[in-house]
Design a protein around this ligand. Sequence first.
Ligand code: C2E
Ligand code: MG
Ligand code: MG
Length: 750
Amino acid sequence: MSYPAPWNGINPKADELPEKLITTKNKKRFLARVLVVDDEPRARDSLQELLQLSGYEAIVASGGLEAVAKLQERHYELILLDLNMPDMSGQQVMEFINRQHINSDVIIVSGETTFDHATQALRRGAQDFLRKPYAPDELLRSVTNVLEKRRLQEENKSIQLRLEESESLHRFIVNNSPDMIYLLDQDGKFAFVNERVETLLGFKQEEIIGEHFSKLIFHDDVEQAQHTFNERRTGDRATKSIELRLRCKDCDAPRYFESRSVPIELSSIGIYTISHVQNKEFIGTYGVARDITKRKQAEELIKYQLHHDLLTNLPNRSLFRDRLNMALAQSKRSGKHVAVLYLDMDRFKVINDSLGHFVGDELLQQVAHRLKTGLREADTLARVGGDEFNLLIPELNSEDDARTLATKILSLFAAPFYIGEEEIFVSFSIGISLSPEHGDTREALIKNADIAMYQVKYSGKNGYAFYAESMKHHYSQSLDTENGLRRAIEKNELRIFYQPQVDIQNNKIVGIEALVRWMHPERGLLNPVDFISVAEDTGLIVQLGEWMLIKACRDIRRWLDEFGLKLSLAVNISVQQLETKDFVPKVLKIIKKHDLPRNVLELEITESEIMQDMERAIETLSTLSKKGIRIAIDDFGTGYSSLGYLQSLPINTLKMDRSFVNGIKARGDNSIVNAIIAMAKGLNLDLIAEGVESPAQRNYLKRSGCTLAQGFHFSRAVPESDLLALINDTTLRAKQTPYIKQKSESLFDT
Ligand code: C2E
Ligand code: MG
Ligand code: MG
């Protein structure tokens, strides 16, 4: 806002008024509003006229009292005040103004001329003192001066106010910034830091100001911080962002607890004097420190997830491979072995499918935990697949050490796991490869350990094997097996072979065991050893077993109808079949359909399979037993189990494992065989000796009181057509038919 230049003319004409003061719509805008207070009418009027002509709005009051009344009504920038008035003196009016804090300036225009009057008036706040009679230009100059001074003061006040507002706004912005904002002086000491330092690190601002920045830096990062702050560069490189960890004062807060530091991203800019363009002087550093704790935590988590299995918290495949690489490099220097153990849990799929994924997951966690208890710090155990673990043993002295470790791991699983109500037995198939013998690259070692593991799977599981070149062929075949087996059932490639079970006391065939074969389109007739493990691992065993049961029952019915053959029929079943819900009704339906007599069908299940889920086995087998189905324990004597279970199971027959029969020596220690025979007798169970290959074995068993036997000595497993001939032969032999005798002798006689 600017004022017109003071107007000096004594009798100004209206058309000489400053243009901007004349407004349209007959409304004048004035330079200021002035109250003229004088009891003398002439003086009052002339002042009013003079002021009005000069562009001011001039209101008159005829005495002190009227002035006071007017001042209460509206605001006046200026008062021209007479001192000597009868009703109320000018001094009193001024007192009133001061008392009421009325914001008007006062110029005294008075006949009173004493020094006293003047000083009194000025002390009360009057801006000027003019003596009557006054010179109009002098009066107008005084008015202009006072008003100009007033204007400047007001402007100052408003600037001051704006400054204060803006300052507090900036302070608010700085202090409420999510980041820590700071200023360092040229010595690296804090000249300023915002309030965020308190919430972020627990220090009060006062504690930090004047301190060296290193007070706030986590000790490991001090050097890096030093480097950053010392870089007093200009231009593009003046700003530098780095990640640092800051120290907290009181680290009780959980997020600081672990590291006693807060990771931050720090950007800092050097500050320089602006005056000497050529020779800038460094005066400090301005910077912003951003709390990136959350981001860092997220990064850590992602990093962890990338390298770990989240279920077991074990390293995953990728971390395992890294560690193996390192171990290989190290072993080349040290000349020691590196061992890779490929561990695959036996029958995990069964557990997972039958007991549910919750139990499966829990079991994996417990298994991982138990595996770890057998290891050293330097070993790496990783989970590399559903039920597959890889173990890395760096710095191994000899093959024997690996052997010892594998044995130790297997023994860790002698005790069962308990999950809820379930008691679960677990075993592992372990393949081992050693560097440099079985490969000196990461891939070769893992692959060869895997091949060795497969070998263990196929030869009965629950054991370990070192890799050998000869395993390769078998391995590649086993990979084809899985796909082929799925089709085999649909394409009718499965065959059923029967092996006779013989009463050795009279050499009569009393029963048969149904054994599966696979007529592979390329590989020819395959024995169960080539595919039963795969069938079990893939669950195909359930379909396969059902097919066997149906086919065998149909055959036995037909032989009964056509030839009057009364044979018992043994069919192998796997624990997975037992665990299917409808196993019992299915078996009963098949028996009913073929109208088989009681006790004809005997289901064989191996001792170790029963042990896997004892409770369910007891329940299912008991139901079947009550319906007249016989139960045999296959491969008896090979399980690790206690013998107490024999009493709780509804067993009819024990099948002594062929490894015992195989060990029978004419004058050797046959105590296990003898014990098994005695036990069967004691428990009143039938006993079948499996794998009888020689007359000596047969004779020994016969002498020892074993009644039933099975083995190559009598007959291999043969197709249905051959079996009929075999039985005919035997039956005829009993009738002393010469032709048959000759043939049957080769079968049965010493
Ligand atoms: P297993 O039930 O113990 O069957 C006896 C195995 O010993 C048969 O092998 C048989 O051929 C073999 N064997 C018989 N006598 C002798 C002998 O004097 N010496 C020798 N060295 N071996 C003899 P196979 O047919 O290869 O069957 C192997 C295993 O496969 C069976 O052992 C059984 O556990 C399993 N298996 C066979 N068929 C089925 C089936 O339909 N279902 C299920 N779940 N498993 C089956
Ligand atoms: Mg069997
Ligand atoms: Mg057997």
